[in-house]
Design a protein around this ligand. Structure first.
Ligand code: CA
Length: 249
């Protein structure tokens, strides 16, 4: 199973096989069901300055840094970029609104996915564009012992956020793996673009309102419709990688 997706990936990259030793895992929308809350916080912040933005729009910006999102919104609404102080104030306001909303839940299926990876010795690396402590501080409680401090890439570690491949390149350095020794787990088009650009096998899990096609068009090597579906499929996918590794022809 999944041999066609694996074959197409190998043809694209020129790798002989994928030996999955690390998983580079996104946080918002992947480990936490936090995206509706983020989208609503963004929407409310923009409404406060008199700009109405459809809520689904924010799922397309997911993965960008706060400043980058604000600049796109400003360009659309006012035909100019935001100033540095506007960026700072508006991002602070968005964070404030987000923090005041009810707690987000962990994503169903995420714990099963992480457990299986742990059982088969796949290193688990967090790769998030977020610097918001609201969720980062919860990781140890919700997923105890999974993400050690040296296995986390946050907005503090990178100059260029997703869709730039830099966050995943940093994650590979931290986990001491090459692109053919890991895979990416992402829910958002821009995160998928970043994984694809880093030449890593990129799995899109559609946990939000976008059409599956948007994840495919962003460059996902495989797309699943939910985290539980992906968690169930993961053993078969890993087996597919290993079978291909042992029988390269
Ligand atoms: Ca995400």
């Amino acid at each position: 199973m999944y041999s066609i997706a694996i074959q197409q990936f190998l043809e694209r990259t020129g790798y002989i096989s994928v030996n999955p030793r690390a998983a580079l895992i996104d946080m918002d929308g992947t480990l936490y069901d936090s995206m509706p809350r983020h989208a609503n916080a963004w929407r409310q912040m923009m409404a406060e300055i008199g700009v109405d933005v459809p809520v689904n729009e924010f799922f397309r910006y997911e993965g960008r840094t706060g400043a980058s999102t604000i600049n796109i919104l400003f360009q659309q609404a006012f035909g100019r970029k935001a100033t540095e102080s506007e960026c700072k104030d508006l991002y602070r306001r968005k964070t404030e609104i987000f923090a005041a909303m009810p707690d987000v839940d962990t994503m169903p299926g995420a714990a099963d996915m992480l457990d299986f990876m742990g059982q088969v010795g796949i290193r688990r690396v967090l790769v998030t564009g977020s610097g918001q402590s609201t969720l980062l501080d919860r990781l140890d409680k919700d997923y105890p012992g999974v993400f050690t401090p040296d296995m986390r890439v946050t907005s503090r570690d990178v100059t260029h956020g997703k869709p730039n491949p830099e966050p995943f390149i940093k994650a590979m350095e931290k986990a001491c793996v090459k692109p053919w020794e890991c895979f990416v787990v992402e829910n958002a088009p821009l995160g998928i673009e970043a994984g694809h650009a880093a030449d890593i096998f990129t799995i899109g899990v559609n946990t939000g309102p976008l059409d599956v096609r948007e994840l495919e068009e962003a460059g996902a090597d495989l797309v699943f419709e939910s985290m539980p579906q992906f968690a169930d499929a993961l053993p078969v996918l890993i087996y597919g990688f290993l079978t291909r590794m042992n029988n390269p022809n």
